[in-house]
Design a binder for this molecule. Structure first.
Ligand SMILES: [Mg+2]
Ligand SMILES: [Zn+2]
Length: 203
């Protein structure tokens, strides 16, 4: 058998191997996305509900390395964040901006930062799970939403991605509802794992 195998022309071997690889691959190779948008609270930083204090902006472990790994591969990075504390009168827009500035110091530079200041009953088109912020970020950076990944910690993040024509990856936290975890088409245990999936073309 060994002697026979050695006589198989290299091209035939290549065709054989290609067939094996294509057969085993579940999804086609997609390469790298052009843009990864992160939810902020509970994803990039610890979730202090309605936080308006820049001093409390605390990155989740591994986040600095994860965003830098994307940037090193030429993937653009941005933020899409619901901040209904503004509509609820709990924090001001200026406080939101100050926290975003602190975020940029810690994990930036971000190529786009989208904020929805509205409440759940305002009927806006930007509050996730609506697709407005994902669409706006893609439009601002001239990226096809189909080449965009959204990484977040709740169902609204992945639903916003899907509604915009992007790909959502859920990184649950202990407070993420179980039904949302089960419904998410793509999941990772940590932000590090999510970025590894994306960089491996598995998105
Ligand atoms: Mg969140
Ligand atoms: Zn909004």
């Amino acid at each position: 058998m060994l002697a026979t195998s050695a006589l198989i022309p290299p091209l035939a071997t290549w065709h054989f191997l290609r067939g094996v690889v294509q057969h085993r691959r579940v999804r086609p190779w997609r390469g790298l996305p052009d843009l990864v948008l992160f939810d902020r609270d509970g994803t990039l930083v610890r979730d202090y509900p309605y936080n308006g204090d820049p001093a409390l902006v605390t990155p989740v472990p591994g986040t600095r390395e994860a965003v830098d790994a994307l940037r090193a591969r030429g993937v653009r990075v941005g933020v899409v964040s619901n901040q209904s504390g503004v509509a609820r009168g709990l924090i001001t827009r200026e406080q939101v901006d100050a926290c975003m500035a602190r975020l940029d110091e810690l994990l930036g530079p971000f190529e786009t930062v989208q904020v929805c200041p509205h409440g759940p009953d305002d009927g806006c088109s930007c509050r996730k799970p609506a697709p407005g912020m994902v669409k706006a970020a893609c439009a601002e950076l001239d990226v096809d939403p189909a080449r965009c990944v959204v990484i977040g910690d709740i169902g609204a993040d992945v639903e916003a991605a899907a509604a915009a024509g992007a790909t959502g990856v859920l990184v649950p936290t202990p407070v993420t509802r179980r039904a949302e975890v089960e419904a998410a088409p793509r999941r990772a245990a940590t932000i590090t794992g999510a970025v590894e999936q994306v960089l491996a073309g598995e998105w």
